[in-house]
Write a protein that binds this ligand. Structure first.
Ligand SMILES: C[S@@+](CC[C@H](N)C(=O)[O-])C[C@H]1O[C@@H](n2cnc3c(N)ncnc32)[C@H](O)[C@@H]1O
Length: 268
């Protein structure tokens, strides 16, 4: 791994990743399915939160899911087994040093990984080498600059900015969603299509209030409290008010909006 993974690997983060995946299955996955017999690489699978959906939507594709974290791979195996899925194999591996030959895969899928890498274009070039000519890459990333909400709160924006700042210091980029087109272009992909996927949450969507506003987004920002205070980038009072205000957007008259970016591109 070429930089520290800002969210860490503790169990609360694993639950958050699962909540995120559950809340977003339709929005992010409805248009991804791979043909029977095709070989698919999922790079940075984590605990398998997306793997289960990928495998269900493409039951006859052969999916290889890798992650740099041995613990995450072990958990991913358990999650996929518990879901009764048989078409996934796991390997612990680093995206920058993968144990596969050139042109081993028909498709590559990468979700919420590039935001943590200091060399995302190099990662994409490495993955491109593993694709056959005519193969595709699908990349999904968020962009924390896309978070807006009612009631608005300067403190909530400051708390979010702590995550952006810390992720940047760790070598990542929490605003990478808007950059998918340029980085895929730089990595040499063609026919790049980026589609913004907006999550809109009000109390008429109680599952998203819980699964996204509270348990995915606000939990993620809340999780950087100690690091943000230790780095001296925010006053404790300001951060805590910001978190309170983010939870306030989950109340009966609150609204929370966020945009993910999903890109598909071709190795010509
Ligand atoms: C936010 S998690 C996303 C996991 C999963 N794709 C999902 O959407 O739930 C990012 C994952 O990327 C992995 N990762 C980071 N750098 C990596 C690298 N160089 N090679 C492989 N995996 C990496 C981390 O270990 C972590 O599991």
């Amino acid at each position: 791994m070429n930089n520290a993974y800002v969210h860490g690997y503790h169990s609360r983060e694993n639950i958050r990743l699962q909540d995120q995946a559950n809340a977003l299955v339709e929005l992010l996955h409805f248009d991804t399915s791979y043909p029977a017999g095709s070989r698919v690489l999922e790079a940075g699978c984590g605990i398998g939160a997306q793997t289960v959906t990928l495998a269900r939507n493409s039951p006859n594709a052969l999916i290889t899911s890798i992650d740099i974290s041995a613990d995450s791979i072990a958990q991913a195996k358990r999650n996929v087994e518990a879901a009764g899925i048989k078409n996934v194999q796991f390997r612990q591996a680093d995206i920058f040093d993968l144990p596969f030959g050139r042109e081993s895969f028909d498709h590559v899928f990468v979700c919420f990984v590039l935001e943590h890498l200091s060399l995302p274009v190099e990662a994409l070039r490495t993955l491109k080498n593993l694709l056959k000519d005519g193969g595709t890459i699908t990349v999904i990333e968020g962009d924390h600059g896309s978070a807006y909400f009612y009631p608005d709160s300067a403190d909530a924006h400051k708390a979010i900015q702590c995550q952006v700042e810390l992720q940047g210091r760790a070598g990542g980029n929490a605003l990478i969603g808007r950059e998918l087109y340029p980085i895929l272009t730089r990595a040499g992909f063609s026919a790049i299509q980026v589609s913004p996927r907006m999550v809109y949450v009000d109390s008429g969507k109680p599952q998203l209030v819980e699964g996204f506003t509270k348990n995915t987004f606000t939990a993620m920002i809340e999780g950087v409290r100690d690091a943000a205070l230790a780095a001296g980038i925010v006053e404790p009072r300001v951060f805590d008010r910001g978190i309170k205000d983010l939870y306030r957007t989950a109340e009966s008259d609150g609204v929370f909006c966020y945009t993910f970016f999903k890109a598909c591109a071709l190795k010509a």
